[in-house]
Design a binder for this molecule. Structure first.
Ligand code: MG
Ligand code: MG
Length: 246
């Protein structure tokens, strides 16, 4: 769907709140901190900015962020897990301002991480920006996934298939979906005013996943590390505009 300039302004504001949630949670990540404490930090940002949470109560999700350590890919529930030196942690944040949504994620190292873990973070973030570069008017949507996949696979990693990016606006998850791989067809033509959440999930090993008994936590099937980076981006005359940056 194409958004009016008034709608884009509201999404810009929601994006700024999400960026602030990123800054605040990043600053709080250290060995000994629990993921529940990070959720509280993010909830405080939402309250201070008069924003609503799009994650809380989403199909019953009990928190305002997702926290997914190590071999957990996405959708982890904040709780008693206490971060330790060398972990990596994916943090997914969202906010609603005046009915319009922002959604973005990052993966951070806890203290000092291995060179292998750092490489995974760097490549996954780079794959996100390669995807964002494809969000130009007249291009076809699934060039995004092709670009993401190229970067991830060139490093020897795999791209998760079962969870994908999405259009975003008055709902967090709108059609169409945005796969992080080439799905075999070029998809819709991109037009000014479209807004997407692009979110590569990149695994060191296999892209196969399973879900824990909590019904949420998505894990790598082989127990190897996974990283997740996401931004909300609008298509403008001047190219892609990333809303979820400070
Ligand atoms: Mg997200
Ligand atoms: Mg998303």
């Amino acid at each position: 769907m194409r958004r009016s300039s008034d709608e884009l302004n509201k999404m810009r504001k929601a994006g700024k709140v999400v960026a602030e949630m990123h800054e605040a949670t990043r600053a709080a990540i250290r060995p000994g901190v629990t993921t529940r404490e990070l959720n509280e930090v993010a909830a405080e940002v939402l309250a201070n900015r008069g924003a609503r949470s799009n994650f809380l109560n989403y199909h019953g999700f009990p928190a305002v962020i997702c926290t997914s350590p190590n071999d957990m890919i996405v959708h982890g529930i904040p709780g008693d897990y206490r971060l330790k030196e060398g972990d990596i942690l994916s943090v997914d944040c969202g906010a609603i301002i005046e009915g319009y949504h922002g959604d973005a994620a990052y993966t951070a190292g806890v203290g000092q991480v291995s060179a292998a873990a750092q490489k995974l973070l760097d490549v996954t973030e780079r794959s996100l920006w390669a995807g964002i570069d494809q969000l130009v008017i007249g291009n076809r949507l699934h060039e995004v996934g092709r670009a993401v996949q190229k970067v991830a696979e060139a490093a020897g990693y795999s791209v998760v298939r079962e969870y994908v990016g999405h259009a975003i606006g008055t709902e967090m998850h709108e059609s169409p979906q945005v796969p992080n791989y080439w799905p075999g067809s070029p998809g819709p033509t991109l037009k000014e005013g479209m807004v997407f959440a692009i979110e590569p999930m990149v695994n060191v090993g296999s892209y196969d996943t399973y879900v824990l008994d909590d019904g949420w936590s998505v894990m790598t099937s082989d127990g190897q590390l996974s990283a997740h980076f996401e931004h909300t981006i609008a298509l403008t005359d001047n190219g892609p505009e990333v809303f979820t940056v400070a």
